[in-house]
Design a binder for this molecule. Structure first.
Ligand code: ADP
Ligand code: MG
Length: 721
């Protein structure tokens, strides 16, 4: 069951030490706070919208706004903002003071219902993909009552943040939340049809998308990061030779957390707890300086908002602890990058997880129908799923033998694979059991053995009672991947429900229904199980095999996002009411634009670093060597080794000049936007990589005091101590 955001007020002067439950959600306008501060009828009314998805009653807005304002003022807030998620991928907020002027020149604290419900930021200044012209500025934010308002503290400032959607004057979505909410509704509607067919809809009003997102990140000493223009501007290192020690000893993963980092994590968790984010797990990740945080899952809309808050808190708190928190997918070459594991499932609003296989799975036709719907969705719409996680940053990670490949496939594990075999033969008869593990020493407990192993190389893995979409990038908002996932699942559930209706007819007997389900599942498994793969997703053999199976493989963003421009995608998103044709086109345009902008910024940063730091420092070294040689020879001593070194440095410097000129030239290419993305991929990024290689070769031979940047070794091990 998704975790309700609750609030328990602290008892003042309590002698009891604060427990997590005392502080959980204390800065969130939800649960007990709402109950205490709203008149019962207004409370019930609002709860109805939150819990059952019924329409928001505008009549309650003034009362809710008043209560929110009083609560926020008591917590030191001076301003409120509509907090939304434009297509930049981050969050946006425009603060307004609670203070309003009165006609007699005084001031009162005011926050009205209409200010709660609607705001009007400039729509043309955010990415809009052509939906708005520069002169068409009007856009609206509208209150999303289903995600709790919260008080965000930054320094000594406190602001009441009201989660909102962001749409244009024409009502078209300009944000990531609007289509997410629509997709959640679309899944619910189709999933309810399946439940009705199985007579399992009793008491359930809707199906909820549940989501728990694990976040990986790096910590680097802030002073070191500040001395690197590439980290400051691009979030990743554009040059840098590998440190002698990387992750080869595998001694960081799950290792003891450095004290300084632990202090940081504890503060992050405390702040997130207050903000109602149910953080739960923390540990070291694989690469040195890499860590992970995971919350308990919630309903997807709230989980997405909480994920955005988590990223902000991780970054802000890092500064206070003298760290920079790097959320980029690949901050350092040669060690693992960071991802975000998107754990996704469907549950009834009565708390039944629809992807829980239960004990006798082979008899659980409802579960198998949902499972096959997911398999079918991932197969039919693999390209959309791949496109949903595409970004210039994620391109550096996907398929790099540390992250799942760009080929979308599903890991099911032994038990479900065995059941698929049985479904394909038409009559499932048994469910594999896990048994117990005998550990060989009598003092050790017998532990139950799962029916399946885990698979780290699969982009989309079944993990017991949910799917883990592991290919999402660490810096991405999870709103879009889940919007796409929900949409393709809605389509697939629609297909299954329609087929079952057709095959079983109205009010079928149990036997008729069962035979309809079995015949449908048999076909679906036959047609779509090519997308299931339990082996090593990193291996070359899988790439070859995937090709044979006809699975798409788009390792780079320009190819991966092309699917959003296709007519059939527009039809799909429109059919389920998630995005209109124009809205999807606009989004596709923004993705193309963002890829270009990002790569261009990196290219310019690299050019400036090379021209203003690397080359001048290398030349200084060159001059030092030349002086040394001249001076040594002046003393009548030959120094052939130093001469060789000088030749090597001159060679590298000259090559670096040529390489950086090539970067500049490649960046100057102009064509239509999609052509430009391909040119950036095929010419600019390789030219940048070539430049990097030369810089890294120079780094390896340059005196440490002349090298202008903090090194990998310094940065990767800066969290110790
Ligand atoms: P791991 O993947 O490391 O085994 P867990 O099984 O605890 O870790 O789950 C990882 C994430 O998946 C957590 O955020 C957890 O809350 C979330 N999760 C667990 N069950 C569900 C579910 N039914 N729906 C969505 N997310 C879930
Ligand atoms: Mg996991």
């Amino acid at each position: 069951m998704p975790q309700p955001t609750s609030n328990r007020t602290k008892t003042k002067d309590s002698a009891m030490p604060a427990r997590a439950s005392d502080t959980f959600g204390s800065l969130v306008f939800a649960g007990d706070v709402m109950l205490k501060r709203l008149p019962p009828d207004v409370f019930m009314n609002l709860q109805r919208t939150i819990n059952t998805g019924s329409a928001l009653d505008p009549k309650i807005a003034n009362t809710v706004a008043g209560a929110m304002k009083d609560w926020a003022l008591e917590h030191g807030a001076t301003h409120y903002c509509h907090w939304f998620q434009p297509l930049t991928g981050s969050t946006a907020e425009k603060h307004d003071a609670f203070l309003s002027m009165t006609s007699d020149g005084g001031a009162i604290e005011k926050f009205s219902g209409s200010q709660l419900i609607q705001g009007e930021p400039d729509a043309s200044s955010f990415p809009h993909g052509g939906i708005r012209d520069t002169y068409e500025a009007r856009g609206y934010t509208a209150w999303d009552a289903t995600s709790p308002a919260f008080i965000y503290r930054s320094g000594d400032q406190a602001t009441l943040c009201v989660p909102t959607v962001f749409v244009s004057y024409t009502g078209e979505a300009l944000d990531k939340k609007t289509p997410l909410l629509r997709s959640i509704q679309a899944v619910s509607k189709q999933a309810m049809r399946i439940l009705r067919i199985f007579g399992a809809d009793k008491g359930a009003n809707q199906v909820i998308t549940t989501l728990g997102v694990e976040q990986e990140y790096f910590l680097v000493d802030r002073e070191l990061a500040s001395a690197r223009p590439d980290l400051l501007i691009c979030g990743r290192t554009l040059v840098g030779a590998p440190a002698p020690k990387g992750q080869q000893l595998e001694d960081h993963y799950f290792g003891s957390i450095p004290q300084r980092v632990l202090g940081y994590m504890a503060e992050v968790e405390k702040r997130l707890f207050e903000l109602g984010v149910p953080v739960k797990t923390r540990h070291n990740e694989v690469a040195p300086g890499q860590f992970e945080l995971a919350p308990t899952f919630e309903n997807a809309n709230v989980a997405v908002d909480h994920q955005m808050i988590t990223m902000s808190v991780l970054k802000e708190t890092a500064e206070r602890h003298g760290f920079a928190c790097l959320m980029h997918e690949k901050p350092f070459a040669g060690v693992n990058g960071s991802g975000k594991h998107n754990n996704w499932s469907l549950s009834t609003d009565t708390g039944v997880n629809l992807l829980d296989p239960r004990d006798d799975t082979h008899t659980n036709m409802q579960f198998l129908t949902f499972l096959c719907a997911v398999i079918r969705a991932v197969d039919v719409h693999a390209e959309l799923l791949r496109g949903a996680i595409a970004s210039a940053a994620n391109d550096h990670r996907l398929g790099a033998n540390e992250a799942p490949p760009a080929i979308m496939s599903i890991f099911l594990g032994d038990m479900l694979t065995d059941i698929l075999d049985q479904l394909e033969s038409g009559n499932p008869k048994k469910t594999m059991k896990g048994g117990a593990l005998e550990l060989g020493a009598t003092t050790l407990p017998q532990i139950p053995k799962h029916t399946s192993d885990r698979n780290r190389t699969s982009p989309f893995a079944f993990t017991g009672n949910k799917f883990e979409f592991r290919a999402v990038g660490s810096s991405a908002s999870v709103a879009w991947p889940n919007t796409v996932l929900n949409t393709i699942i809605a389509e697939s559930l629609d297909f299954m429900a329609t087929q079952l209706d057709k095959r079983a007819g109205k009010n079928p007997t149990q036997a008729k229904l069962e035979s309809a389900v079995k015949s449908l599942l048999k076909e679906v498994v036959k047609e779509h199980r090519r997308v299931c793969f339990d082996g090593d997703g990193y291996s070359k053999a899988w790439h070859d095999e995937a090709k044979r199976r006809g699975l798409a493989n788009h390792p780079s963003t320009p190819d991966a996002i092309a699917c959003f421009g296709a007519k059939k995608s527009a039809e799909l998103f429109a059919k389920y009411g998630v995005l209109s044709k124009r809205e999807l086109e606009a989004r596709h345009g923004v993705m193309v634009e963002q890829y270009l902008k990002l790569v261009r910024i990196e290219s310019r940063t690299l050019q400036s670093m090379v021209r203003t730091a690397m080359l001048p420092c290398a030349l200084r070294f060159q001059a030092e060597l030349a002086d040394t040689i001249a001076g040594t020879q002046g003393c009548g001593i030959e120094c052939p080794g130093t001469e060789t070194q000088l030749r090597e440095v001159v060679g590298l410097v000259e090559s670096l000049r040529k390489a950086i000129a090539k970067v500049e030239e490649a960046e100057g290419f102009h064509g239509d936007a999609e052509k430009e993305t391909r040119h950036y991929r095929d010419a600019l990024l390789p030219a940048m990589l070539e430049t990097r290689k030369l810089c890294d070769s120079l780094e390896k031979v340059m005196p440490a005091d002349l090298y202008p940047l903090p090194t990998y070794a310094e940065m990767l091990f800066s969290t110790r101590g």
